[in-house]
Ligand binder design. Structure first.
Ligand SMILES: NC(=O)C1=CN([C@@H]2O[C@H](COP(=O)(O)OP(=O)(O)OC[C@H]3O[C@@H](n4cnc5c(N)ncnc54)[C@H](OP(=O)(O)O)[C@@H]3O)[C@@H](O)[C@H]2O)C=CC1
Ligand SMILES: O=C(O)C1=N[C@H](C(=O)O)C[C@H](O)C1
Length: 268
């Protein structure tokens, strides 16, 4: 199975290259970097501090999709939509791990998934997907007397907030409670905000240091708090999960999928 990686100059892209190169069942079929990147034209192995592997990093996404059976994209929102369009035109499966994708772009990605198989996953770690299942269950059991607040912390270089995972957990909480996240969420608080709105799902984003990714969902009641957390200490969990999604996706027909589908969770 030939795997192409998009965003090879990034924190995740580098780990994804290593993951593919270290898996004897996989073949690295190409890697994409941003136009103007000083990694363009460099050997993919050398780019991650290893011996040459004979695969040159390209700036042409068409080549990446032509040369691979499945492509994994951890880059930036606009770029991921562009890649979904190319994937759809070529009928190539695509795993997108990019977060901060605006709603209208997600709609467009879902449309492209009518022509090819696409996994869109704000978090590819098994632990986080399990956390989301737990959050949905707890939210279904506890009533509005328990206020839901989602707190996340990431490294100082993260550019989007709240994290895609925080929004995914918010969605799980909203589903469990039977409410709409868009109309229930409070994304920031500052100044004289007034008392907390009953039934709101609140978000808080912390940024600092090298934190890989911490997420906690608080169910805060009178006299007790239930806190469900996932703390990531090694970014490789995301790379491993993304490659698991790519393996799973290769045999799928066109459609829009999530990590729940990859892990075989059903809706019953
Ligand atoms: N789903 C998950 O489990 C996870 C998701 N993420 C998400 O993945 C994304 C990437 O994260 P991270 O690796 O930390 O970020 P980085 O900023 O380190 O990497 C992003 C990379 O994408 C490159 N890039 C931008 N545009 C293009 C393009 N058109 N073609 C090819 N490459 C491009 C950038 O190039 P350049 O360096 O030249 O600017 C950069 O190297 C983020 O949205 C993040 O939130 C992160 C971790 C886990
Ligand atoms: O940018 C990151 O680092 C991460 N981004 C994803 C997100 O926004 O949820 C996943 C993980 O938390 C790491």
């Amino acid at each position: 199975m030939r795997v192409g990686i998009i965003g090879c100059g990034g924190r995740m892209g580098r780990l994804l290259l290593a993951e593919v190169l270290d898996d004897e069942r996989l073949q690295l079929g190409g890697g994409l970097v941003r136009k103007g990147s000083n990694l363009a034209g460099q050997d993919a192995g050398v780019a991650i501090g290893r011996a040459p592997v004979g695969v040159t990093l390209s700036v042409d996404p068409e080549i990446i999709f032509a040369q691979n059976d499945v492509v994994v994209d951890f880059s930036t929102p606009g770029a991921s939509l562009e890649h979904a369009t190319i994937a759809a035109a070529r009928g190539k499966p695509l795993v997108i791990g990019t977060t901060g994708i605006p709603a209208h772009e997600e709609v467009a990605i879902r449309q492209e998934a009518e022509r090819t198989a696409i996994v869109l996953a704000a978090n590819t770690s098994v632990g986080v997907i399990l956390l989301a299942e737990l959050v949905q269950r707890v939210a279904a059991v506890l009533d509005d007397d328990f206020d839901i607040e989602i707190v996340e912390m990431h490294h100082r270089r993260k550019v989007d907030a709240p994290s895609g995972t925080a929004l995914l957990l918010g969605d799980a909480a909203a589903k469990g409670r039977g409410v709409d996240l868009q109309t229930s969420s409070v994304r920031a608080r500052d100044g004289h905000t007034g008392a907390r709105i009953a039934g709101a799902i609140g978000f808080a984003a912390l940024r600092g240091g090298d934190v890989v990714g911490d997420h906690s969902v608080y169910f805060a009641g009178d006299g007790e708090r239930l806190v469900l957390s996932h703390l990531a200490s090694d970014r490789r969990i995301y790379a491993k999960g993304a490659i698991r999604a790519a393996r799973w996706l290769i045999d799928r027909s066109a459609g829009f999928y999530t990590m729940r589908d990859v892990l075989g969770f059903s809706d019953d």
